[in-house]
Design a protein around this ligand. Structure first.
Ligand code: SAM
Length: 330
């Protein structure tokens, strides 16, 4: 983004507290601003007060004209159609495999150690359901075409781990199932709207070790955030983990919106009818705590991406959270 403040300011280190710092990643720190174009990306960049102020100014500017109530209703009611159209155009070419998955979420690399105790292999499940005999069950919500699912399946090449994944787009799920590595023995992909409390999940309550939400909560209406999280949490085992990564407030994508895309505070519609919300750490913390989840991480990942060819600096803001469902007190 070419802009006085956002294109020229850079900083040297994180302003996150040590406890919220990412444990394994984030170590390319820009210490000498004159070297900014020597790499494609820098981690943990600080934002100056001036940049924060400029972010506020741009958001206030692009929030001046609100999309009409009728159109807002259309985007909500036809959300599945807009996402289907998105996948008709982009097929499986838009999102890339999440290669950062295991550095940001090492819990997924070592599922056996890091999540709740699975079913004892000698125990018989009370009801038969797909994946009921797996020792660890993972559910990815809003999985798109499987850019998270397949790296996990490839990393854990054993039958102990079973992955469920759902998406509101029928076409996305069709593409997941057409993947050469799709196997019903290890994966169950289904079409589902996670905001719908009546959705029929293929697993019982308290059966999941991990729930993954990667760039999906931002795609649903903010009025439905809490109910959606509450509903999903019912399916986590006590001791199970919720992993979240999504857009943060004043990310480049938010500041780039022009007038005419604003739906409500920090919520916008793209040109193709898909919608996106930009979160703050505080509201996420409040939302997860309200569902009695316990914080393990709530981290703002501020990264400076560099287009070396065009000598552009682009400031990205993502929020990453890990919250655990506590064991019941006996
Ligand atoms: C930005 S994409 C991210 C896809 C995937 N998580 C990834 O990171 O590659 C958002 C996804 O959420 C899905 N989605 C949007 N609203 C949904 C809903 N209410 N229920 C289930 N999936 C939804 C969309 O179809 C889309 O695949």
């Amino acid at each position: 983004m070419e802009d006085k403040v956002f294109a020229e300011k850079e900083a040297t280190s994180s302003n996150n507290s040590d406890t919220d710092r990412r444990p394994r990643f984030g170590n390319r720190i820009l210490e000498n601003p004159s070297k900014v174009f020597e790499h494609n990306a820098w981690d943990n960049v600080d934002w100056s007060d001036e940049m924060e102020e400029e972010g506020r100014r741009r958001v206030s500017e692009n929030s001046k004209e609100q999309v009409s109530a009728d159109l807002q209703m259309k985007y909500e009611n036809e959300c599945d159609i807009f996402w289907n159209n998105f996948y008709k155009i982009h097929q499986n070419r838009f999102f890339k495999d999440r290669h950062w998955l295991f550095t940001e979420f090492p819990e997924l690399d070592d599922v056996e150690k890091n999540v709740s105790k699975g079913m004892d292999e000698t125990m018989q499940p009370q009801n038969e359901y797909p994946g009921c005999r797996a020792s660890k069950r993972i559910f990815e919500v809003g999985c798109g075409v499987g850019n998270t699912v397949y790296p996990i399946l490839q990393t854990h090449n054993d039958d102990g781990i079973f992955i469920y994944c759902c998406d509101i787009s029928e076409l996305a799920i069709q593409l997941v199932k057409e993947h050469e590595n799709y196997s019903q023995d290890r994966c169950y992909a289904f079409v589902g709207d996670i905001t719908n409390e009546q959705i029929e999940y293929p697993f019982p309550e308290e059966s999941l070790d991990v729930v993954i939400l990667i760039f999906v909560l931002s795609a649903i209406h903010p009025n439905k955030f809490s109910a959606t999280i509450r509903n999903i949490c019912k399916y986590l085992k006590p001791g199970g983990l919720l992993l979240f990564r999504d857009y943060g407030r004043y990310d480049l994508a938010q500041l780039r919106f022009k007038k005419g895309h604003f739906l409500q505070d920090n919520f916008y519609v793209r040109g193709d009818g898909t919608r996106v919300y930009f979160f703050s750490q505080e509201e996420l913390d409040e939302m997860f705590r309200k569902e009695n989840l316990v914080k393990e991480q709530n981290y703002v990942d501020r990264r400076l991406q560099v287009n070396r060819g065009r000598q552009l600096k682009m400031y990205r803001v993502w929020i990453q959270c890990k919250y655990r469902k506590p064991f019941r007190k006996s």
